[in-house]
Design a protein around this ligand. Structure first.
Ligand SMILES: [Zn+2]
Length: 73
C-alpha cells in the first residue's frame, strides 16, 4: 500500500463519517416523528418536512390508504 492510497482512504472515511453525522443530525432536527408507526423504519426526512404530522413511512402510508379505501383486504 502506498502513502497516497492510505491518504485517499482516510479522506474517504472522513467524508463518510461527516455525511453520516449530517444524516443523523438531520434526522434529529427534522420535524415529525423519525420512525414509522407501522414498520418501525425511518421516515424519509423529505416526507417529514413535507408533512410533519406523518406517522408512517411512504410505503405504509400507501398501504394504509389502500386499506382505508377498501381496495386491499
Ligand atoms: Zn412503514
Amino acid at each position: 500500500m502506498d502513502e497516497r492510497f492510505l491518504e485517499q482512504a482516510s479522506e474517504a472515511a472522513e467524508a463518510e463519517r461527516d455525511s453520516a453525522q449530517r444524516a443523523i443530525s438531520r434526522t434529529l432536527t427534522t420535524p415529525g416523528q423519525p420512525y414509522c408507526d407501522d414498520c418501525g423504519e425511518l421516515i424519509a426526512n423529505d416526507r417529514r418536512i413535507a408533512n410533519p404530522a406523518a406517522i408512517r413511512c411512504i410505503t405504509c402510508q400507501n398501504v394504509f390508504e389502500l386499506l382505508k379505501k377498501g381496495y386491499a383486504r
